[in-house]
Design a protein around this ligand. Structure first.
Ligand code: 2AM
Ligand code: CA
Ligand code: CA
Ligand code: CA
Length: 262
């Protein structure tokens, strides 16, 4: 196995190299026929490219560390996982519906955790050709530029991202949150929406997510001093689905006052 106290800059170069290769595969696929299947329902798609990219990452990771625990959306099975040691989270295409329908607004994402703590997050906005990456020891970068922490804006003074089902069904009173904000934004990719918070374009994002949806974003957002918790301010479990709120500290407080008790 490998431990993460080795050369981090080599690790970053390697992982970003895989993701650049994955991006070229995805761009090439956009010119070909894509095979699409439904998963849990007609709003939940998977393509041959999601599977191909996940398998590509798994092969690379196993070659590098044959004992790695890998939690990937398209291969995950819930047997006896424990988070001791190094865990890799993979979301080969985040925003598959956008990939199929829009050919933009999707990301490929990798995160590395050690004993349950975030070490690295990588979110590659494929069509913008920008990779956001980093971790607590080095800070957060967009390509080679260091990001500064976003301003601690209140809900009233910023845009809020809300997962469409939560907004439509007014889950926990989130329509009140939308109304108090400067406006609501829905892009259909958790990774892209978390990037908007990281970049200071939105004050928050709230949705129902699985661990691979938020693993990379959590590392980057927390490194920049943002709050990444459940709506009720609880720590996220890195093995289960939950409601996730990524927000500035001030917007997080504003939202806590508006949501109904669960
Ligand atoms: P995905 O594209 O990797 O599946 C909007 O659908 C966002 O929520 C996307 O980031 C999507 O990730 C994520 N998501 C989480 N659970 C989902 C589900 N059951 N069906 C569709 N999207 C889901
Ligand atoms: Ca999916
Ligand atoms: Ca996802
Ligand atoms: Ca996915």
């Amino acid at each position: 196995g490998f431990t993460l106290d080795k050369s981090f800059s080599d690790l970053d170069k390697m992982v970003k190299g895989w993701m650049k290769e994955a991006r070229l595969k995805i761009l090439k696929a956009l010119n070909d026929e894509i095979d699409v299947w439904t998963k849990s329902g007609r709003n939940d798609l998977v393509t041959n490219i999601d599977k191909e990219i996940e398998n590509f990452y798994i092969e690379k990771i196993h070659h590098f560390d044959s004992e790695a625990t890998i939690i990937g959306e398209e291969t995950f099975s819930n047997d006896d996982l424990d988070l001791n040691g190094v865990t890799w989270y993979l979301d080969p295409i985040d925003g598959t519906m956008n990939f199929v329908k829009q050919k933009e607004h999707f990301a490929t994402m990798i995160a590395i955790y050690e004993n349950g703590c975030g070490v690295r997050g990588y979110i590659f906005d494929v069509m913008r050709n920008k990779i956001f990456w980093g971790g607590p020891d080095i800070g957060v970068f967009c390509d080679n530029d260091r990001l500064t922490p976003p301003i601690n804006t209140s809900l009233r003074d910023g845009l809020i991202g809300i997962g469409a089902p939560y907004l439509i069904h007014n889950f926990r009173n989130l329509q009140k949150v939308a109304l108090q904000s400067s406006g609501t934004r829905i892009y259909g990719s958790a990774g892209i929406q978390i990037l908007h918070v990281i970049e200071g374009k939105c004050v928050g994002y709230v949705s129902y997510l699985r661990p691979w949806d938020f693993a990379a974003g959590k590392v980057l957002a927390e490194t920049l001093g943002l709050s990444v918790k459940t709506i009720d301010g609880k720590s996220l479990n890195m093995l289960t689905s939950s409601d996730v709120l990524v927000a500035t500290k001030n917007a997080q407080k504003d939202i806590a006052k508006l949501v109904k008790k669960s």
